[in-house]
Design a protein around this ligand. Sequence first.
Ligand code: PLP
Length: 283
Amino acid sequence: SICYLDGQYLPLAEARVSPLDRSFLFGDGAYEVIPVYSRRPFRLEEHIARLGNTLAALRLPDPHSAVQWADMVREVVARNAWEDQSVYLQVSRGADDKRNHAFPAVIRPTVFMMSDALLTPPAAQLDSGVAAVSAADFRWLRCDLKTVALLANCLLRQHAVEQGCAESILFRDGFLTEGAASNIFIVRDGVMLTPPKSHLMLPGITYDVVLELAARHGLPHEVREILEDEVRSADEIWMTSSTKEVLAITTLDGRPVGSGRPGPVGRQMHAWYQDFKNTVMRS
Ligand code: PLP
């Protein structure tokens, strides 16, 4: 596949970054994953705005304007073969001439983008849902930032995979935060619930779309703190992300969620999401 690195488009296998790059040494960088349907980036402005928020919090000057970013994303998409892609975009603080925790006075950010085929959940997974485990959310207190320092998320996802599960659902101080790489929604008595945005979770682009769709279609919903016990006794649990879209979680820690099958509200939300994607793609 073709990637972008510091001003050049080149085969991914030929891209090289310095070992002194601060993303390699410190995880000092921001990233985004942007889904592309029929060669159209989905919610591109929102992804670029979130990147801007992360960069500002990292005090890393944004090397490009929103218009430039959009052009670069479209160029990577055009240079790759797939109709549906997932574009990965990373800005690291760059390479210093030696290892030093504090920021160097002068440094040029390393900008990298690559793309892959977008693999949304297959029909069999949508039909049966996926399994999840619970885990203590031991991450730092800036989970609202989309940084490449993802070791905690990797450990938490691996924890799920080693138990034959697709995701870890994270709890902090008895409350739901999110998944290792997704946001979490539950349904209780026909009401969709999800935690409010805070420094304890990533403000998902898909999370926003799901809340917009709930409002548009008049689905009863509340954004509020959710107790661990409310998750464990929920009728439905879903995970949302740019690549998983809306995916039912049908077992938690080996116990069935509700009926043990994807529930009606989640199926409806998945259908609304597909419709919305398709109308945006055609516009
Ligand atoms: N939460 C975490 C920790 C994530 O890594 C992700 C991204 O995959 C999400 C939530 C979902 O965010 P989005 O819907 O913007 O993909």
